[in-house]
Design a protein around this ligand. Structure first.
Ligand SMILES: C=C(O[C@@H]1C=C(C(=O)O)C=C[C@H]1O)C(=O)O
Length: 268
């Protein structure tokens, strides 16, 4: 059985400014630093991080694993913007970023905001995928200066997440109804996109297993699960079944198309 990482969070300490700056500059070099024109500017970047960490150290949330500093995150003052999430490269992919992000979101919610937002380099696909999985929706892509070195501009993705959802029973006007719907739809679309990524993987894997696109027993199992889930939350199971059968038909159609397409290269 694999050992779960024992991550603990605590506020930053003024005595560890240099260690935090080192962590951030190392993580930066392997992400944004590879995408934007920062070469030859390492010393200035180091200074910029040092100024930021020194000024904000008590607002920084530090992650430790077995006593070692493995990451940190920060909000832009007491605001709804998450300005920094850095994880030591050797410790990336272990869920530390998700823990740090959730800690920032909990603070933002506590301060009374209903959304959190952040920017990342638009071509930093690893970061974008991470934030998408954590529930962030892409709001726009715009060109803006680097916070650390403002003479350098690069395409930034603005990502946002709804931290608390509108309550339908409290919507008093059609305008509020529509705000509620417009808040939920981006989340639903993100989840559908994630679900269909698994459908695409099924189309990759099924040919080698001689499995057809439509597996009747599995379809019935998925529909039964959705009906049970609907009943559990007090929603109409028949309506849920209709929605799910339509979605599954679309999924099977997509699998069939991919599997029959001679240009489709199944992943090994
Ligand atoms: C993903 C699969 O392919 C199809 C799609 C399904 C779905 O959308 O959940 C369920 C059954 C399958 O026929 C699968 O076989 O599990």
């Amino acid at each position: 059985m694999s050992k779960l990482p024992s991550i603990s969070l605590r506020p930053g300490d003024p005595g560890e400014v240099d260690a935090l700056v080192k962590l951030a500059t190392t993580a930066y070099a392997t992400s944004i630093g590879k995408l934007a024109e920062f070469s030859g500017r390492e010393a200035e970047l180091h200074q910029a991080f040092k100024r930021f960490v020194t000024a904000a150290v008590d607002q920084i949330i530090v992650a430790e694993q077995d006593g070692a500093l493995v990451g940190f995150a920060a909000t832009e003052g007491r605001s709804d913007e998450i300005s920094d999430v850095w994880v030591e490269p050797a410790h990336q992919g272990k869920g530390i970023g998700a823990i740090l992000l959730a800690a920032c979101e909990a603070q933002i919610k506590q301060w009374g905001f209903s959304c959190s937002w952040l920017t990342t380099h638009a071509q930093n696909t690893r970061a974008s995928n991470f934030y998408r999985v954590q529930g962030y929706a892409l709001l726009n892509v715009h060109t803006a200066p680097s916070v650390s070195l403002p003479d350098i501009t690069y395409p930034k993705a603005l990502l946002g997440k709804q931290l608390s959802r509108p309550d339908a029973s409290k919507a008093a006007s059609m305008a509020e109804v529509r705000v509620g719907i417009d808040t939920l739809d981006p989340m639903i679309v993100s989840l559908i996109a994630e679900r269909f990524a698994f459908i695409d993987r099924a189309a990759d894997l099924k040919p080698a297993l001689a499995m057809p696109a439509r597996v009747h027993e599995r379809v019935e199992e998925v529909v039964a699960n959705a009906r049970a889930q609907a009943e559990g939350v007090g929603f109409d199971p028949d309506l849920t079944e209709k929605l799910w059968r339509t979605m599954i038909d679309l999924a099977i159609h997509r699998e069939d198309k991919k599997m029959g397409d001679p240009s489709h290269e199944p992943a090994s």
